[in-house]
Design a protein around this ligand. Structure first.
Ligand code: NAD
Length: 258
């Protein structure tokens, strides 16, 4: 088990699902954790359950002022950030021809602008503190493959690979590493919501969506779990050198192998 004692981690979208599991794993490993989410009350509740060294932050990752204020509060209350997990995300299922421009922009704002704004704030604190850091962007198997009806999601998740590679190059001199975790399907609220939506778009049953769409290309027909992703995030947070940077790790039961 990684020991993150003395480290400060900020996780976005941490009131639910994958982000919450990662924040909990970091807290269990001894880190002080800022639980950031647009759902402020849920973020505070989650932080309370993670012990006295966790704080909840109201942060819409698409809002520059809220991101800056959240990082400033974290530095004041916990210390400068050593680990960022840019994880907040949503899903919108729609064929391109029916997708509104507003929904396209909302998706890119949350996944891409959010990653940029939180990365910039984290890098500034990491460089000023002079002790390096680990930046983890939450990609997806959709950082490497495409699926119907997910155009902005697939585009944004592919884009995160490029962002991580630039962070890796710019951050190296200051010991800042950047990597992308690319999960397969994990049964969080984000996925539960899209099972009936996909069934409707494809005209098939919900069981068929799970079997023939979501898990079709895995090696064993199994969902990835919250623990699988939290373990990967722990490993990347604790890895101590620039040897592992600018990479993406697929954690998807072999759905895609790269
Ligand atoms: P989730 O819906 O359980 O959690 C997402 C969290 O993000 C929620 O708490 C929500 O309030 C928060 N959020 C949404 N918009 C926000 C904003 N603008 N600012 C701050 N917080 C915001 O979803 P999840 O499945 O845990 O997804 C987390 C990340 O993992 C997403 O980036 C998603 O794309 C990625 N991912 C999920 C899966 C999966 O199968 N669940 C697979 C691959 C990648």
């Amino acid at each position: 088990m990684q020991d993150l004692s003395g480290k400060v981690a900020l996780v976005t979208g941490a009131a639910s699902g994958i982000g919450r599991a990662i924040a909990q794993a970091y807290a269990d490993a001894g880190a002080k954790v800022a639980v950031a989410d647009i759902a402020a009350d849920k973020a505070r509740d989650a932080a309370r359950s993670m012990g006295p060294d966790a704080i909840g932050l109201a942060m819409d990752v698409t809002d520059e002022d809220q991101v800056e204020e959240g990082f400033a509060q974290t530095a004041r209350e916990l210390g400068p950030v050593d680990i960022l997990v840019s994880n907040a995300g949503i899903q919108i299922i729609s064929p391109i021809v029916d997708l509104s421009y507003a929904d396209w922009k909302r998706m890119l704002a949350i996944h891409m602008d959010g990653a940029f704004l939180t990365t910039r704030a984290a890098m500034r604190q990491m460089i000023a503190a002079g002790r390096g850091g680990s930046i983890i962007l939450m990609g997806s198997a959709h950082s490497h493959v495409a699926s119907k009806f997910k155009a902005p999601y697939v585009a944004a998740k592919h884009g995160l690979l490029g962002l991580a590679r630039v962070i890796a190059k710019e951050g190296a001199a200051n010991g800042i590493r950047a990597n992308v975790i690319c999960p397969g399907f994990v049964r969080t609220p984000l996925v539960e919501k899209q099972i009936p939506e996909q069934a409707k778009e494809l005209g098939i049953s919900e069981e068929a969506v799970i079997r023939d769409v979501m898990l079709k290309d895995t090696v064993d027909g199994e969902f990835t779990t919250l623990e699988d992703i939290a373990d990967t995030a722990l490993f990347l947070a604790g890895f101590g050198s620039n040897a592992l940077t600018g990479q993406s790790l697929l954690v998807s039961h072999g759905w895609h192998m790269a």
